[in-house]
Design a protein around this ligand. Sequence first.
Ligand SMILES: *Cc1c(COP(=O)(O)O)cnc(C)c1O
Length: 462
Amino acid sequence: MTMSPDGWPLAEPYKTKMIEWIRLLEPTEREAALRRAGYNPFKLLAQEVYIDLLTDSGTSAMSQEQWGALMRGDESYAGSVSFQELERSVGDVLGFPLVLPTHQGRAAEHVLFRALAHPGDIVPNNLHFDTTKAHVLTAGATPLDIVIKEGEDPEGDYPFKGNLDLERLETLLRDQGDRVPVVMATVTSNNNGGQPVSLENLRAVSEIAHRYGKPFFLDAARFAENAYLIQQREAGQASRSVGDIAREMMSYADGCTMSAKKDPMVNIGGFVALRDEDLYRRLRDFGILYEGYATYGGLAGRDLAALAQGIREAVFEPHLSYRVAQVAQLHATLREDGIPVMSPAGGHGVYIDAGRMFDHLGRDVFPGWALSVELYRERGIRCVEIGTVLAGRDPGTGEHDYPPLDLVRLAIPRRVYSQAHLQQVAEAARRILLRRHDVPGYRFTYEPPTLRHFAAEFAPLG
Ligand SMILES: *Cc1c(COP(=O)(O)O)cnc(C)c1O
C-alpha cells in the first residue's frame, strides 16, 4: 500500500462533485475497435477507451474555483480583467512581470523563436520536446540536446536526470557562442520520463548563459512537478515550500514558455512570460500577428481566468504530493511485477521499456507499438508509443531512425483517475507480461510520409 508522507494510506486530497461515466467495452468490441482503427490508438474513439493515458495535456480536471473563474471571464477585446488576473498570477507564482498569452505551448515557442532564432543558429536544451525541436528547425536553426549522460540511462536512480551537461554548455558557448541566441531548459524533462532539473543545475546554467551574454529560458510546462521533486530530492530543500522553490527556479531565468495544458490544469492555453521590456515588445508583434491581441492571445477571456486560477493551484502541495505519489505507486507496482520501467519515477507518467519487455520482437516490428495495442486489447487502456514509429525515417537513407529505446508512456492526467483505476493498468501490464510470447509485432499497411504515428495503420504479424 502506498503511504502518504504522514504515514497514512494514500488518498485523493479532493472529493468528487461531478462525474463522467466510463465504460469498458467487451473484448469482442475492443477487438473490432482495434481493427477499425488500423491498430492505431490515436484512431480510437474516446468512448471506446476505458482509461485514457494518452497524454496529461489538456486532460486534467479543473477545480470548482477554475469553473467559477470561467463563469466570470471578462471577454473585453483589450485590457480584459481576466488578463489582469493572469498577470497577477504569473507575477505572484512565477515572478515574471510581463506575460504574453498564446493558444497553447507550441504557439509560445513559435512566437519566441520567430523573434530569437535565425538560420545557422544553435539552441541548446536538456532534451527538446518535439514541438520545441520543430520550431527551432523551422527557424532554420539546430536544436542541440545536452542532457547529462545519466539522463540517457533508463535504469539508474540518479535523482536529477533532467540536468544539463554544464561542460558541454560551456564548450558550446566558448567555441560557437555567436551562433547561440538563447539557452533553454525543459522542466521537467518530458522526453526521458518527466525527470527533474535541480536548483543547483539551473543556477549554474543561468550563470554560464549570462556570463556569455545569452538569455536563459525555461520550457516550463511542468514547473510545479519539477519544484516538488526538488523539495523531495535535493539536499537542503525539504523544509521549503514548493511555491518558494518554483520562484527560485524562475529567478534564474529571463523568461519561460508555458504549455498551460500541463501543470496549470486548463484544457487549452499557454504563454510566454519574461522580464525584459524590449524583448517583450519584439515578441508582442509576433504574438499579435499569429495569436491575437496581446491581452488575449488566441484565448477567450474565460480561458485566461481559469488559467490564472490554475497557475496558483499548480503549486498546491496536497495536490502535488498526491499526484507524484500516485505516479510513483504505479511505477513501483510495475517494477515489482518485473515490468521494465524507466527509473526513477518522474512527475507525470510511467514509461515502460517495451523493447525489453518484448525481447522476442525485433525493433523493425515495433515492440512499443505492440504494447500500446496490447494494453487496449487487455483492458481498454490507451497510451502512446515513444519509440521507432514515433521517430520516423531518416530523410537521407529512408531507413527507420531508431531511437535509443522503444518506450510506451502511461501519462497520468491530473485529478482524473483514482488509485483503483491505476491498479487496473498495473494488472493489465502484469497479465500481458505473462503471455508476452503470444504478443505479435506489427507492420505498416499505411505509412504517412511525416508524423506517421498519428495517422498510420497497421496489421499484426503472424
Ligand atoms: C506539451 C509540451 C509542449 C507543447 O505544448 P502544447 O500546449 O502541446 O502546444 C512544449 N514543451 C513541453 C515540455 C511539453 O510537454
